[in-house]
Design a protein. Structure first.
Length: 342
């Protein structure tokens, strides 16, 4: 497994350093309200960089309370840009079932402040030491929709991503980080698979599992972290049947469509936030194999790429064209990395 590195941060800086500063947020309650920060002296150094140059920025300043973010293995899209805040979200676990020295699991959410070259902790992760007592105190409970919430009715993303994979994106219209749960649009609210601190939290987990009994399983929207409120959000979708994109889908928000695309091996699932509804695109053509796929969006051609086709036939790199709603094999020439599928 390869850990997230600060070469990625340099690339983030290169992408944003030339953009004009946006206005400071007004009347916001979340911890990112005052962003964008005043640009530090390192920003001018980045702007002065030439082609094929690297700049070592050093370790970002720690969050005053929670310290520094940890790396995220298997996180091709673990760092998600929020250009309006001149920074990027970091989310997704690294080491399986890891519990940090302070007792919090690694389902934490961080924001890298580009201008200040500093970490901001938005959510420290689940406190495994206090979890069971919080359940007993009803500070954590299962709501009528079968979702884990806290005492403020906020949905809590307990172990939603074993890794980040390609499951994160940013809604630039509504200013929200969006992510999928690794176990589908229904999403088990009490996922024990690779759950950090499971043994210590077992009593509380069993109490929550008891609360789940008899509740109908819902189909949900993606998860959101709202920049304005600083709160997590997830609500039941207007679907009765879950749509599984399959095969480690790549998750993207397209401002031109104002929709989210989960591009998987089974299908392309589209979520419309205005309607609160998932749609099965039922794409035509051959489909990817679907395992740990790397991919990206091509805004020039209006298509998504996945590198997990059948490499034995020279068909590893595949493209999904949005307008024709179809997959195709690109068969590139020259040297290319092998497909991610196994």
């Amino acid at each position: 497994m390869k850990a997230f590195g600060f070469g990625a941060i340099c690339l983030v800086f290169t992408a944003l350093a030339s953009t004009s500063p946006t206005l400071y947020a007004q009347d916001k309650k979340g911890p990112l309200a005052a962003l964008p920060s005043k640009p530090g002296p390192h920003v001018e150094k980045i702007k002065a960089m030439g082609d094929n140059e690297w700049l070592k920025l050093g370790i970002p300043a720690a969050d005053p309370k929670w310290g520094k973010a940890r790396g995220s293995s298997w996180g091709a899209k673990a760092l998600i840009l929020a250009p309006d805040k001149r920074g990027a979200f970091l989310f997704g676990e690294g080491v399986h079932a890891y519990v940090k020295p302070d007792g919090h699991s690694m389902d934490d959410l961080w924001f890298y402040d580009l201008n200040a070259h500093a970490w901001i902790c938005l959510y420290p992760g689940m406190n495994t030491k206090t979890f069971t007592q919080r359940v007993k105190d009803k500070a954590l409970l299962i709501d009528d929709n079968g979702q884990l919430i806290d005492g403020d009715q906020q949905p809590i993303p307990l172990h939603t991503l074993v890794h980040a994979w390609g499951y994160l994106t940013y809604d630039s219209d509504r200013k929200k980080l969006a992510f999928l749960s690794w176990n589908g649009t229904a999403g088990n609210p009490i996922p024990r698979y690779f759950l950090g601190g499971e043994k210590q939290m077992d009593e509380g987990l069993k109490l929550l599992e008891e609360q789940l009994k008899g509740k109908k399983k819902q189909v949900f929207s993606p998860w959101f972290y709202d920049v304005a409120s600083g709160k997590f959000e997830r609500s039941p979708a207007n679907n009765t049947t879950p749509i599984n994109a399959g095969g480690f889908p790549q998750f993207h928000y397209l401002p031109s469509k104002k929709q989210f695309f989960a591009v998987g091996s089974e299908t392309v699932a589209i979520f419309d936030p205005a309607k609160g509804q998932w749609t099965d695109a039922k794409a035509k053509g051959p489909s990817p194999k679907g395992y740990d796929a790397c991919g990206c969006y091509d805004s020039k051609r209006g298509r998504f790429y996945r590198n997990d086709g059948d490499d034995s036939k020279g068909e590893g790199l595949m493209a999904y064209d949005i307008e024709s709603n179809s997959w195709s094999h690109l068969k590139p020439t020259g040297n290319a990395p092998p497909p991610a599928s196994q």
